[in-house]
Design a protein around this ligand. Structure first.
Ligand SMILES: Nc1ncnc2c1ncn2[C@@H]1O[C@H](COP(=O)(O)OP(=O)(O)O)[C@@H](O)[C@H]1O
Ligand SMILES: [Mg+2]
Length: 151
């Protein structure tokens, strides 16, 4: 699959990060999995909000840190937004049926993909920077790089 938005970007503000998410959303296809790498406060949820907005999801997208998953059905494509920060082992992932969501009739966005060893993402996004710093955002697909960032 060809994605229009791959490469390295700088986002000086949260709005610029949001805009990159919106742009990426425009080429997303049913079943695609997006892994969002980056430390606490890097801007993964901001980026996810951009994707949701771009998919036409009008609801407020909030961090699924405590719920692990939030689902949004009303956009161009159904969205599953995961935050695996609190996952400690593969068994917990199996309990929530994590792997069954991937590649289904949805788009899956995953924060803290490092905590799912068996995850294969179609698109990897790495956000570097924190606090009020500008963010360096690297977006690549399986086709655009053979490296696996973040692992
Ligand atoms: N350029 C930027 N891009 C994204 N977030 C930024 C940027 N500059 C400052 N921020 C702030 O950093 C925080 C990122 O939070 P969040 O998206 O929840 O991070 P994460 O999900 O990676 O833990 C927000 O409070 C946001 O306003
Ligand atoms: Mg987050």
């Amino acid at each position: 699959m060809i994605h229009l938005l791959t490469g390295k970007f700088v986002a000086k503000t949260p709005e610029e990060t949001l805009l990159l998410g919106i742009k990426l959303s425009q080429s997303l296809k049913m079943g695609e999995v997006i892994a969002l790498y980056g430390g606490l406060g890097a801007g993964k949820t901001v980026f996810a909000k951009g994707i949701a907005k771009g998919l036409g999801i009008a609801e407020d997208v909030t961090s699924p840190t405590f719920t692990l998953l939030r689902q949004y059905e009303k956009g161009r494509l159904p969205l599953c937004h995961f935050d695996l920060y609190r996952i400690e082992d593969e068994q917990e992932l199996e309990q929530i049926g994590f792997y069954e969501y991937l590649g289904g009739e949805n788009i899956c966005i995953i924060e803290w993909p490092e905590n799912a060893a068996g995850l294969k993402a179609d698109i990897c996004v790495r956000i570097d920077g924190s606090g009020s710093e500008q963010r360096h955002i690297d977006i690549h697909t399986k086709e655009s790089s053979h490296d696996h960032i973040g692992s």
